[in-house]
Structure formats: C-alpha cells, structure tokens
Design a protein around this ligand. Structure first.
Ligand code: GTP
Ligand code: MG
Ligand code: NA
Length: 343
C-alpha cells in the first residue's frame, strides 16, 4: 500500500513568454544542461525537463529557507514564444499546474507576453513572473548563481537606478493589463499580487529565488491537488524520434499516473490505433549524477510527472500531441482503441 507521501506526484510548471525572453535558457541553467543545441535558437515544439527534489534543494540552499519539499520533483514544460505557436502554448499550459511568465527586463511586455497572460487567466493558472536578463542592465556586475538580493548588493547605484526604473515601468504595464505585481520579497499579498523574480539565465542570479518560490507555491496550493496520481494515467506524446539501437521511439510527458515496463499501451497513429508493449522506459540521466553509463537511465516503473522516452515496436506513425493510453487488467482494448482515435 502506498503512503500518502508516495502518492504525491511532481507538479508541472509551464515556461511561457514572448519569443527570445530566455525561457529555454532559464531551463538550461536550472537543469545544468549546457548543450549548445538550441541556445539562441527558436523553440518550435514543446519540451519537457525534470528536476528532482534533491537537485532543487541543492540549488536553493543558499537562501537557507526551512521550506520542506513534499513533492518528488518538478517537471518543466517549455513552450515556444514565436507568435505562430499559440496552439502549442495553449496545449503546453493545459498540461501544467502552474507557470513562469518570462519577461525580458530590457523589452517589458510584448505581444506574446500579453497573449500568455490572457491564457493564464483564462485557465486560472497560478504563475510567477521572471524578469529575465538583468545582466543586460548597463554595468551589471556578475554574481554567479547568487540570490537576487545578494547580487543587488554588489551593484553600483546607477545599475540599481536603471533596474528600479525598468521594474516600475513593467509593473505599470502589468497594471494596464489589470494585473498587480510586485518584487517577490516585497509582496505582502500573495495570491492577489503576482510575484516578480529578477533573473539572469546566463550567470544564474535570482535562480535560487525562482526555484524556492516555485517550491513554496507548490507547498501552499498544490499538495492536496497532487495526491491523485494513482487514479488515472494522463500522458501526451511530445515527439516521435529514431534513437540509435532502439528504432523509432516516442517522447512523452506523463502528467498523471504511472507506466510500467512490459505494460500494454494504445497510441493514436496515422492509419489508426496502435497497440504495442513497452519494451523499455528511459529518462535522460540526471546531470552530474555519477556512476551512470550511457545517456539514459532505465526504469521498470515511472510515476508522474516525468518526461519519458518509450521504446516499443510500431511507433513510426504515432501522431505528436495525442494522448497515450495504458491498458489495465480490466480494460476493454477495443473501447480504448476508439477513445484513442478521438484525439
Ligand atoms: P523562444 O523559445 O524562441 O520563444 O525563445 P526563448 O524564450 O526560449 O529564449 P532563449 O532561451 O532561446 O534565449 C534567447 C536569447 O537570449 C539567446 O541568445 C540567449 O542566450 C539569450 N538570453 C537568455 N537569457 C538571457 C539572460 O538572462 N541574459 C542574457 N544576456 N541573455 C540571455
Ligand atoms: Mg525557447
Ligand atoms: Na529563442
């Protein structure tokens, strides 16, 4: 029997914002992912990255908070900011429990910032505002990975002045959109007033604050709601890709429930439902984790929320964005096959 603690699933956080505000770069910094692949590029699909509770604790240690982590970790969904991808932003947000709205401190609110803001309100999703690229303020002194107040203490008066000027302008822009916002450490009315965390995705200033705030948001509002993961599998296909030695595989985001190696699944294919058996479940190995060979970790079972690479036969024609269904012992396969094709 599972304890209450075991039943808590990892919450999912959506990265949203205008193009080039630094959503992907922030995730790269948070997860220690240094691959240059997409750096500076335009995100064109949803991506998912997992951060374990242990990693979060390490990264927020400097803030010496006694906040306890009651979730196994956090799953981040990255969305594109390019105007064309409204649909992907909406779909990404639909998978998430809360969000980070990223704003470029040098640009303020931009068209897709406002689009995202409206989406967030429509879906009634809690969010934190990351005021990114603080290092672009003229004369900013880099303070690698420092909590934002510590970094601020190191800055010259002119830098602080420019920061305050831009911050106030952005707070006003949000007000024009009907939203109250305030620096998180001055925010006395959480819930009513949205918190702003200044960040730099290159050298990491404010990242500990951002993570701690996410954890606190989780503790305060999510734990009850998250104790549901055993109920029902909710899983979406993000990508179909060929992996050396494995053939065609799929990347999925497991939002709820759990999946097992050897389990039977049904996915939506171009030519109809595909019934197949999970040969292997892989996750990218945690960065800096020692004693792990190769690029992936194998699992017998994976609990939500996670991003998973599924190895199975017949995945060539799976349609991205559709739901994956797990066949339970009492399930009627024909009914599931019909359900799958409704997507
Ligand atoms: P889309 O996915 O296309 O919407 O963009 P994005 O929001 O994911 O932005 P991305 O992470 O691709 O960053 C855009 C550019 O800004 C890249 O060249 C980054 O290196 C740069 N950048 C991101 N964050 C920062 C930051 O904090 N400071 C500075 N100086 N540059 C940054
Ligand atoms: Mg991106
Ligand atoms: Na970009």
């Amino acid at each position: 029997k599972l304890s209450e603690e075991d039943k808590v699933r990892s919450p999912i956080c959506c990265m949203m914002g205008h193009i080039d505000t630094g959503k992907t770069k922030l995730l790269d910094y948070i997860t220690g992912n240094v691959q240059e692949g997409e750096a500076g590029g335009t995100t064109q699909k949803m991506g998912a990255t997992y951060l374990s509770a242990r990693n979060i604790l390490e990264k927020t240690m400097e803030l010496k908070s006694d906040t306890k982590l009651k979730v196994p970790g956090l799953l981040f969904i990255d969305t594109p900011g390019y105007e064309f991808y409204t649909n992907l932003r909406s779909r990404g947000l639909g998978l998430c429990d809360f969000a980070i709205l990223v704003v470029d401190i040098m640009h303020g609110l931009e068209p897709q910032t406002i689009e995202c803001l409206n989406l967030l309100r429509m879906k009634n999703t809690e969010f934190i505002i990351a005021l990114n690229k603080v290092d672009r303020l003229y004369g900013w002194r880099i303070c690698e990975n420092a909590p934002i107040l510590e970094a601020m203490k190191q800055q010259a008066k002119d830098v602080i002045n420019e920061f305050n000027m831009r911050l106030n302008e952005i707070i006003n822009q949000f007000k024009e959109q009907g939203l109250n916002s305030e620096l998180y450490y001055k925010n006395k009315k959480m819930g009513e007033t949205f918190s702003i965390v200044p960040t730099c995705a290159i050298s990491g200033e404010g990242i500990p604050d951002l993570l701690l705030l996410l954890v606190q948001l989780t503790q305060k509002t999510m734990v009850e709601k998250l104790i549901t993961y055993v109920d029902k599998v909710q899983c979406t296909v993000l990508e179909v890709k060929v992996m050396e030695g494995y053939g065609t595989t799929i990347d999925v985001v497991l939002v709820n429930g759990e999946v097992h190696e050897g389990g039977q699944i049904v996915v939506c294919g171009l030519q109809g439902p595909i019934v197949t058996t999970i040969r292997a479940l892989l996750t990218p190995h945690p960065i800096k984790e020692l004693h792990v060979n190769g690029n992936h970790v194998h699992h017998e079972v994976i609990k939500a929320a996670e991003c998973i690479n599924i190895i199975a036969k017949d995945l060539e024609h799976v349609i991205v964005g559709t739901a994956l269904h797990v066949v339970g012992p009492d399930d009627d396969i024909e009914a599931i096959k019909e359900l799958v094709m409704e997507d």
